[in-house]
Design a protein around this ligand. Structure first.
Ligand SMILES: [Zn+2]
Length: 316
């Protein structure tokens, strides 16, 4: 998912050719005074913050795929989402600007229309006023290529990391051969956010996978993202393993303490009770039991956390 910016629309006049294009998608014939037309940049061929760029070929293909696709303005949390539809696209070239691989800068521009009605009034005013909204686009990519070694990362990961430079060659991931365009949507831009190009979901971001899964969309991971996810899972598993070991230790401690403090309660019973307790409860019981008479000093001190001082909250 890539994000770009909506552009202040040019003019507002709808040409006859545009109206004809629009009417290919509308349920009934719309007049020029019934539609509002604006343009937006969907994506470009510069390397983005995630170290990825669309190839020129990919932009051309996306230009075809996005025609007819509906966008949603989700700035109204209560629903009542307005929609607009792309009726025309073009890849624009800026010969005066060069991107990372030495090609001229190219961007995919789309023209979209909305029906002029009360529901869309405020939004049309906002676009007219030049208030920018982020546009995020979702598409399926057939091929992800490493700029350093040319490996197709969907087939074989190469270990080169985007953003790094290898023998003077900058590494990025070239997104090629888009196979589908899903949708595009407008989201309000938080004030502090960079106006750069970002992906909405990235499996390598914290929560990226969860967000992607919750979106209900097809989840496409390249091998590098898949490896990052696997690494994240491994680290979670190791944390969980540490947690289980800590619980086992606390349970054993509670059983030994109870053997001295509550000799009439069978060890098996204490063990069963301890099984149902979490770490906090076990620690509380261990503290209580170790304060009782008759506990050997070795058990009292073993692994007991130091008493909290008032300053502790400020210590890191
Ligand atoms: Zn590589």
């Amino acid at each position: 998912m890539k994000q770009a910016m909506i552009q202040k629309h040019a003019g507002g006049e709808v040409s006859a050719a545009q109206l004809e294009a629009i009417n290919r998608f509308s349920r009934r014939e719309l007049g020029a005074d019934e539609v509002y037309v604006f343009s937006l940049l969907l994506c470009d061929n510069a390397v983005d913050r995630d170290g990825e760029r669309f190839s020129s070929g990919a932009l051309q293909k996306l230009a075809t795929l996005f025609v007819g696709k509906t966008g949603i303005f989700n700035h109204d949390p209560k629903g009542q989402n307005q929609t607009a539809r792309i009726f025309e696209t073009a890849v624009e070239t800026d010969e005066g600007r060069v991107v990372e691989n030495g090609e001229p800068y190219q961007a995919l521009r789309a023209w979209a229309y909305m029906v002029r009605c009360q529901k869309n009034e405020d939004l049309i005013l906002e676009i007219d006023a030049g208030i920018k909204k982020e546009v995020s686009v979702g598409c399926a990519i057939g091929k992800v290529v490493c700029s350093v070694c040319g490996a197709d990362l969907r087939e074989q990961p190469c270990g080169h990391r985007p953003g790094e430079v290898y023998n003077g060659v900058q590494c990025w991931r070239e997104l090629e051969e888009p196979t589908d365009a899903y949708e595009w949507s407008f989201v309000a831009v938080p004030a502090q956010r960079d106006a750069g190009v970002t992906k909405r979901f990235s499996a390598t971001e914290p929560d990226g996978l969860r967000k992607a899964l919750e979106s209900g969309r097809e989840l496409l991971l390249d091998p590098v993202q898949a490896a990052a996810l696997a690494e994240q899972l491994r680290s979670l598993e190791s944390l969980a393993e540490g947690g289980r070991a800590r619980l086992d230790q606390l349970r054993r401690k509670m059983v030994s303490l109870a053997a001295f403090a509550l000799p009439s309660v069978p060890a098996g019973t204490v063990g069963e009770v301890a099984k149902g307790m979490d770490a906090e409860q076990l620690e509380a019981f261990c503290r209580g039991l170790s304060r009782m008479q008759g506990i050997p000093p070795s058990l009292q001190l073993g692994g007991e956390p130091a008493p909290a001082s008032d300053n502790q909250a400020f210590c890191i």
